[in-house]
Design a protein around this ligand. Sequence first.
Ligand code: C2E
Ligand code: MG
Ligand code: MG
Length: 571
Amino acid sequence: MMTRTLATFYVFAAVAGLLAALDPGFPERFRWAMVALSASVLTCAGIAVRWGPRWPRNAFHLAVGSASALIVVAILVSPDPATAVGAATLMSFIAVDACFFFSLPLAWAHMVFAVGGMVTALVLQGDVPTFIAVALAPIIIALGTVTRGLVIRASSASRDPLTGLANRRGFDDSLQELLTTTARTGERLSAVLLDLDHFKQVNDARGHEAGDQVLCRVADVWQHELPAGAVFARQGGDEFALLLPGLRGAEGLALVRRIVALHPEISMSCGVAEHQAGETAAQLMRRADRALYDAKAAGRGRCELDGGVACQLALDLVAALTAGDVHVHVQPIADTADGTVVGVEALARWTHPELGAVPPEEFIAVAEQNGLVAALDAHVVRTACAQLAGVRTARGEQLTVGVNVSGRELTDPHYPARLQALLRETGFPAEHLVLEVTETLVEADSSTAVEALHLLRATGLKVAIDDFGTGYSSLSRLDTLPADVIKLDRSLVATIDSSPRRRQMVGSLAAMCRALGLDVTAEGVETAGQAQVLAAIGCTFSQGWFHGRPVPIAELLASSAVLPATGAPAR
Ligand code: C2E
Ligand code: MG
Ligand code: MG
């Protein structure tokens, strides 16, 4: 706002100069000097617009002071008294600038310098009557003072009366303004939400006055330390918000951590988010709020960057994969007819050193977002295939192994070759490996993924459609997807022994799959009742806690459910 005001005055002063210079009555010998002067003032306006928002507040003293000096010189060199008075009226710009930009004492200092200089210059000019020079002074001072009153009144609606910072309204206005600027310039912008920890206890124990002092101290420290262009606001209560134009999220985080450390007696939690292209103000602040929530959940007194927790988790996952700390568990899959274990599903397990067991859905999402899923899935395939090659079912056949494939992997054109290489490396027979893919993932990028599945089936592998019945499963896809097995999601199985309609529905689905030459595996089978119904309606396989929970491979090999690899003891 200061930059714009300054630039506006520069532009109008230049226009005034040019209009005067173009007038035929203007003294010829000064005409080009005036044009040059106006052009340089116009250049100053351009500089202010371009770089002004980055200037520290003190730079405006220089801008206003030098403009005053320039006007004084213009008065002194004016060819006649009328031009001198005309130039003197430009001092009104100075008065308005000073009263708008600076605190009252500093504004007065500027006005005394400017008006004093003007009166002296007019008198020295020689032809201007002294009474005119003196009369101009109060007019100009009145303009500045009244402007100041009006500005204070107008801005109080967007100011917090206690700290003098912008309030929520002021912050929202600034955010909108900065978003418009960043959309035009492509400049970075980070937003921060800050919250005092246990502020209520300060108010309760030491009274509201002490609470107010804490808020004012925070405002003082931060205002002093923040770079030019930053917007610091009190959003209400003990919540503050900050906008950092020109800073990336990580830079914002570093700055915020440094300033928080300057008031160790006041504990604060902060959440930082960097603006992403096309993001609205609400979306940006929601992410900053999420980071703040993470900071509080992690024990308060911390500053977090949105996405920072996931980033750290990704780094920890890389370390775990390298150190072999991602383990593979297997869950038995039984033939519904007689309960014989005919296969297993391999499931990844990761116990984080600090966070404990991380749910697979969570770390697989992190792996997918950070390009780690290929390494993760390859690790699971390699471990399961190496340890289960040659392991037989009670009937003496090779145990079937199901592995989950991320949709991202299927769309990688090198995936089929990588999988073949893993099979060769581990000696696991292709026809006993089942790739579990979810229907929505196949649909997401149908052509590449479906082609990969065709290619892999041609080499003998089997394909299972996982979690069928969730999301947007469509029956028409059943005969178009290259699949051998349908895995019915556990939500379909849960009420199968209590709801006749559900039993009828799953029975019909199983019959249809059979007719299409597809095997059906029911997931999430937890009770004997469910297992019985599934056998009666002709589901081929059954998987769930009733048959066994996921266990380490060694535990499966130690059980009587499987026979060790021929020629080599399984244990
Ligand atoms: P999924 O492939 O549908 O795996 C079955 C999930 O159901 C497993 O959860 C398993 O522990 C759980 N489950 C099995 N029986 C029962 C039961 O009777 N009742 C209940 N309530 N749950 C049962 P988990 O291990 O948490 O895995 C979740 C998902 O994570 C898997 O769903 C799979 O999509 C994914 N996932 C697991 N391991 C891997 C992996 O190595 N690679 C990839 N890409 N995804 C994996
Ligand atoms: Mg699965
Ligand atoms: Mg499943």
